[in-house]
Write a protein that binds this ligand. Structure first.
Ligand code: NDP
Length: 475
């Protein structure tokens, strides 16, 4: 009997994805460059379902029913290209290669078009949820031709996370759309984590509460509208006591946040698309600063606020912080979804934004009740120019804004950095402003570079003779 699907690359992600496939009744051919991983998988988990061990890519290819479906789950970048290049000459027309690694969507665009020329269908898919997700049900974001997706759909639906009977998988769009959306997912994840970290820092710095007490506050948040995987694990981490020292875990961990690069990709792409994601950018930069030891050593000499700030009422401050976190989160997601829109328009993907919110409700790192509200907003108006234009979000921001401003003001007066919350607030105030000082920028540009400007009252393009008589010329 031939296998229905193959997986090559059996490190944590590939192994767990293969087990998930087998547990759901699929006959899975498995392969890894070094055969030890394959043997180990069969030895430890072989009884979970039907596995077909293969010790070469040739064997893997030969063991599959046609059209073949092969999931590549190896290290992103060069290794993925190497595996694809070795694989493709062995494949037939219409076979399907699925790259489920964390590829940059631009690599996916390149791979898809190169494989299409060679008659092989290529699907670049985002998979979120880490190793637990891969095993028990990830959020799956596939991009590629509709025909390839149709061949994969029943299998993907069977292994994806499930929320209220809806599997967390959808055909995001052609070629790079899936990896693009996964990239923005990760960017939003950075922003969300940063906002939660700022909330913790405020509760600690302003109210002097300990990690255990703050864990309790996050548990309370988790029972309300902020309910999410990230808030839940935050409470767990804050509650953890270091077994070596008996101190709170967060106090013994080096405060230098690392990153693997997907947040940076999101920001780089947002710059290309001119789609502001200041919440994500601040989160990426905050991690960068945290790791810059010499900068931070030099910074330690800089003075903080000289007049002691007023201590806010604790109960009110906790309520204010909850509002600030929620409002900033709305902004971060609104920015992320606008980037997805910009990508969809630029690359012709025709992405269904509500469907993206739907598949993020389960399996992935940013899974949250909140995503139901995003889906509802796009259900009501699929062409919503921004989530901030949705009436429910508008009301939430209206209700939150005074608290949000108080929190940012308190943080500023105490010298506690809240780059995520304050950038979100600045974005909010920028988009709602009737007039922006951009008119002055245009004047400056026209002054030094004759870059011209447009007027509020008359159509056309104008330039002022700044060095001469300051008369205006229409162009
Ligand atoms: P790694 O990213 O650590 O990659 C290890 C796997 O890649 C091993 O199977 C290894 O084979 C194989 N490999 C590396 N180089 C080559 C090569 N030149 N040729 C053939 N095979 C090679 O594994 P993970 O399981 O952590 O991740 C797999 C993919 O999933 C990555 O793209 C990752 O970015 C992505 N991902 C990871 C998540 C996570 O939480 N870890 C979450 C979501 C996506 P060998 O055993 O022979 O060395």
């Amino acid at each position: 009997d031939k296998a229905q699907i193959g997986v090559t690359g059996l490190a944590v992600m590939g192994r767990n994805l293969a087990r998930n496939l087998a547990r759901n009744g699929h006959r899975v051919a498995v392969h890894n460059r070094h055969r030890e991983r394959t043997d180990e998988l069969i030895e430890q988990f072989g009884s979970e379902g039907e596995f077909v061990p293969s010790h070469s890519l040739r064997e893997l290819v030969d063991s599959l029913e046609r059209p073949r479906r092969i999931v590549v789950m190896v290290k992103a970048g060069g290794p993925t290209d190497a595996v694809i290049e070795e694989l493709v000459p062995m494949l037939d027309n219409d076979d399907i290669v699925v790259d489920a690694g964390n590829a940059n969507f631009e690599d996916t665009l390149r791979r898809e078009s190169s494989l299409a020329e060679r008659g092989v269908r290529f699907v670049g898919t985002g998979v979120s949820g880490g190793e637990e997700g891969a095993l028990h049900g990830p959020s799956i974001m596939p991009g590629g031709s509709a025909s390839a997706y149709r061949e994969l759909e029943p299998i993907l639906r069977s292994i994806a996370a499930d929320v209220d009977g809806t599997p967390c998988v959808t055909h995001v769009g052609e070629n790079g759309a899936g990896h693009f959306v996964k990239m923005v997912h990760n960017g939003i994840e950075y922003a969300d984590m940063q906002l939660i970290a700022e909330t913790y820092d405020l509760l600690r710095g302003v109210l002097g509460r300990g990690p255990g007490e703050i864990a309790e506050t996050f548990r309370e948040f988790d029972r309300g509208r902020l309910e999410s995987y990230l808030i839940g694990i935050t409470a767990e981490v804050l509650d953890h006591t270091d077994p070596r020292t008996g101190r709170p875990f967060v106090d013994v961990v080096l405060d230098q946040a690392e990153q693997k690069g997907t947040g940076r990709w999101t920001v780089q792409n947002a710059l290309e698309l001119a789609s502001p994601v200041s919440g994500i950018a601040e989160a990426v930069f905050a991690r960068s600063i945290s790791g810059q030891v010499r900068l931070r050593q030099a910074g330690r000499n800089l003075p903080g606020p000289s007049t002691p700030a007023e201590q806010p009422d604790p109960e009110r401050f906790v309520a204010d912080v909850e509002q600030a976190l929620y409002a900033s989160k709305i902004i971060a997601y609104a920015q992320g979804f606008n980037q997805i829109r910009a990508g969809s328009e630029t690359y012709d993907w025709n992405i269904d934004y509500g469907a993206v919110a739907t598949i993020w409700r389960g399996g992935c790192i940013i899974r949250a009740k909140f995503l139901d509200r995003i889906r509802a907003a796009y259900d009501q108006n699929p062409e919503l120019p921004s989530l901030l234009g949705d009436e429910n979000f508008r009301q939430a921001l209206e209700q939150a804004q005074d608290s949000w401003r108080r929190v940012v003001a308190t943080a500023t007066s105490l010298g506690i950095p809240v780059p995520g919350m304050s950038a979100a607030l600045a974005y909010y105030d920028t988009v709602r402003a009737e007039r922006l000082p951009a008119s002055l920028i245009q004047g400056q540009r026209d002054y030094f570079g004759a870059h011209t400007y447009r007027r509020t009252d008359v159509d056309g393009v104008f330039h002022t003779e700044w060095a001469g008589d300051r008369s205006e010329h229409g162009a």
